[in-house]
Write a protein that binds this ligand. Structure first.
Ligand SMILES: Cc1cc2nc3c(=O)[nH]c(=O)nc-3n(C[C@H](O)[C@H](O)[C@H](O)COP(=O)(O)OP(=O)(O)OC[C@H]3O[C@@H](n4cnc5c(N)ncnc54)[C@H](O)[C@@H]3O)c2cc1C
Length: 283
């Protein structure tokens, strides 16, 4: 709410004051603009989350609009790593031939995020950097062991997605792209039927000894939690395998809407379904 001469009114984009919009045309100019001002400008990608923040009372004086920074829109696969620029929208990324070829089931999962109107504007970078636990991209990326590349002045650093999201937000840092390692990745699956209570992504990689499973669990109010396990193959008792993996869930992991026992039960049931699907698909 905002106090005005006429009384209290709900905040929205209509109630924000004058905003200076900076529109850099290159990544270096965008980074320079972030460093230049004492109060860093608010970074704007598709704006779908920022509009929600206006409703929550956010009132920036300067906005750094990334739309013209072409370097942030590339999608590349060099055989080892799939690199997705921060400005790639949900619609473009999920329909990209490069993404579909590299990790088809990730593309399908991405295609299920948000509604059609939002999908054509909302970006992968904004989904991660909004730092809202209910958003799904961090769960998908955590299972895939993805890293995010962040520019902080002249420094460019790679961060593991979960580690990055566990630290405080840093307004002068610019996410440039997401990197998904492709080596040995043989399957991916996403369960969002129980969203927002719980969503769960599973990535499977082949290792010398068998299969490496990486499960990322997301909830409405908890940053993705990752569980890892191994198995020889998926011909054995899948329910037992899922239960064994969830025995590794520490007792403190849950949010205020769930309990640890609930996450353990639902998580292992979802994992059983996911593994069964992959086994039926020929893994
Ligand atoms: C109706 C609706 C339905 C939705 N449904 C879903 C859903 O089902 N699943 C889901 O996961 N999400 C959902 N969302 C959320 C949506 O996916 C996100 O709002 C979107 O991905 C954010 O991207 P954006 O480009 O619009 O970000 P913006 O709003 O432009 O920015 C979001 C935040 O990220 C920061 N930021 C953006 N880009 C960068 C960058 N490159 N570097 C540093 N900081 C940056 C901004 O400063 C801001 O704080 C929904 C949103 C709406 C409005």
């Amino acid at each position: 709410m905002k106090r005005t001469d006429g009384g209290l009114i709900s905040t929205s984009f209509r109630t924000i004051g004058d905003v200076a919009v900076i529109r850099p045309r290159s990544l270096d100019d965008a980074v320079a603009a972030l460093m230049q001002h004492q109060v860093p400008p608010a970074i704007l990608a598709g704006g779908t989350d920022m509009v929600a923040r206006f409703n929550e009372g956010f009132n920036p004086r300067r906005v750094l609009a990334l739309a013209d920074v072409g370097e942030l829109s590339a999608i590349e696969d060099d055989g080892e790593v799939l690199r997705i620029g921060a400005l790639v929208t949900h619609a473009r990324g999920s329909q990209s031939d490069t993404v579909r070829r590299a990790v088809p089931s990730f593309a399908s999962a991405w295609a299920r995020i948000a509604n059609v109107r939002v999908r054509f504007t909302a970006t992968i970078g904004g989904n991660v950097m909004a730092r809202r636990t209910r958003y799904e991209m961090p769960v998908l990326l955590a299972a895939l062991g993805a890293q995010i590349r962040v520019r902080d002045g002249n420094a460019s650093r790679l961060w593991n997605v979960q580690s990055y999201l566990q630290r405080e937000g840093a307004p002068r840092e610019l996410l440039t792209h997401v990197e998904i390692p492709l080596a040995d990745l043989c399957a991916f699956d996403y369960e969002r039927g129980m969203r927002p209570i719980i969503t769960q992504a599973l990535a499977v990689r082949r290792s010398g000894k068998g299969l490496q499973l990486r499960v990322a669990l997301g909830t409405e109010a908890m940053a993705p939690y990752v569980l890892e396990g191994t198995c020889d193959d998926l011909t054995g008792d899948i329910e037992a395998l899922a239960a064994r993996l969830f025995e590794g869930l520490p007792s403190g992991v849950c949010d205020h809407l769930t309990s640890n026992a609930y996450l353990r039960d639902v998580g292992r049931t979802l994992l059983g379904r996911q593994l069964t699907r992959l086994a039926r698909g020929g893994l």
